[in-house]
Design a protein around this ligand. Structure first.
Ligand code: ADP
Ligand code: MG
Length: 359
């Protein structure tokens, strides 16, 4: 075994007595009540259970999007509780792929650009534009969408949109793919197509997959079904034996791309710099993607600032003009008005007497 072989003996996921409680006002909602779970590399798992049983909460924890209220979560042997936000983000972008019920694709953006998007967010993703497009193309081809790369989401069917989303989730060669009800918005035929796609990704490319579903016929595609009720695992049934490790560590497997995300290997400053680079790159990309909008926004700002400058200039000019006029009149000018009576600072007209107290 190679140097990484030491990690191969660890499960990808080890969840120990995990609970998750949401505080809503004065009420505590116990979404997870003591979950224990181990996931080995190469597994294909369905999580089932009625609505509100805690499936999505568990997926958020497994996806490092949330932290447990108590208990431990080890991802590839590393205790997630000890990682910083930046390190968690790095795991999410380099080790995990996410697929959601609503495909979450950018509208007005071609399939290939949608797929390439995560490459901007990966710390290791400083690849050139052509390299990004090549990788996105390979990923789309894997999902059978080679001839649709220029289509925007609106020009694709639901099933095709979900396959674009899966291609995007796979672009960074994740070790684990998490799919929360990926077929929830699809008709039966497209649902089965998506499940066949996931199955072949698992069987042929060795991607570990966890998929949440309500539907028993969707779950039959997987090798292990975990059923949840009220935040607990009530059954965990393996219908297919776990395959042997050597089969999974072959070169065709995207699992062993040799990248090392482990916190110990890179310094905090290096990670922070990569993160900053990523943010800048993503911002530039977002501006470039919406050229017209960026230009109009800029024009708006220019007009606003120019208007402000003009207003202030006019105000100052008028002020100056009035000052000059008063200066030309002279300050030693005295106006005398005959018969005026002043009371309480108010002049009450000319040549008139004020009647006081009704007298
Ligand atoms: N962000 C949240 N805030 C408060 N309660 C939540 C939140 N998310 C989920 N819950 C509650 O936790 C429980 C489990 O929810 P969830 O994990 O979404 O279930 P499932 O995905 O199985 O339908 C539900 O009772 C739900 O109302
Ligand atoms: Mg859910």
């Amino acid at each position: 075994m190679d140097a990484r072989g030491t990690h191969m003996s660890e499960p990808i996921i080890r969840v120990v007595d995990v609970t998750r409680t949401y505080h809503v006002g004065d009420v505590d909602v116990q979404a997870l009540r003591g979950i224990n779970l181990t996931v080995e590399p190469g597994e294909f798992i369905a999580i089932m259970g009625s609505s509100g049983s805690g499936k999505s909460t568990l997926m958020s924890l497994l996806g490092c999007l949330d932290r447990p209220s108590s208990g431990e979560y080890y991802f590839e042997g590393v205790n997630v509780a000890q990682l910083s936000e930046v390190q968690l983000a790095r795991i999410r972008s380099e080790r995990l792929g996410f697929v959601f019920q609503s495909f979450n694709l950018l509208a007005r953006t071609s399939a290939i650009e949608n797929v390439a998007l995560p490459l901007f967010y990966a710390a290791a993703g400083t690849s050139s534009g052509t390299e990004r497009i090549e990788r996105a193309r390979t990923s789309l081809k894997l999902l059978g969408l080679a001839d649709r790369e220029r289509n925007t989401p609106g020009q694709l069917s639901g099933g095709q949109q979900q396959r674009v989303a899966i291609a995007r989730a796979l672009i960074n060669d994740p070790i684990l793919l998490l799919a929360d009800e990926p077929t929830g918005n699809l008709d039966t035929r497209n649902s089965h197509e998506i499940m066949e796609t996931l199955q072949s990704l698992n069987r042929e490319r060795g991607v570990t997959i966890i998929v949440v579903t309500h539907e028993p016929d969707i779950a039959t595609y997987t090798d292990r079904v975990i059923t949840m009720r009220d935040g607990q695992v009530v059954s965990d049934i393996r219908s297919r034996p776990l395959r042997s490790r050597p089969e999974l560590s072959g070169n065709s497997s995207p699992v062993d791309s040799g990248r090392n995300w482990r916190p110990a290997t890179t310094s905090a400053t290096e990670t922070a710099r990569a993160f900053a680079m990523m943010i800048v790159a993503a911002a530039i990309q977002a501006l470039a993607r919406n050229k017209m909008r960026s230009a109009l926004t800029m024009l708006g700002v220019f007009i606003g600032v120019a208007a402000l400058i003009v207003m202030v200039a006019i105000g100052q000019g008028a002020n100056e003009a009035v000052r000059k006029q008063i200066e030309s009149l002279g300050t030693n000018l005295l106006v005398v008005v005959p018969g005026a009576i002043t009371m309480g600072g108010m002049r009450s007209g000319q040549g008139e007497r004020l009647n006081s107290h009704g007298g």
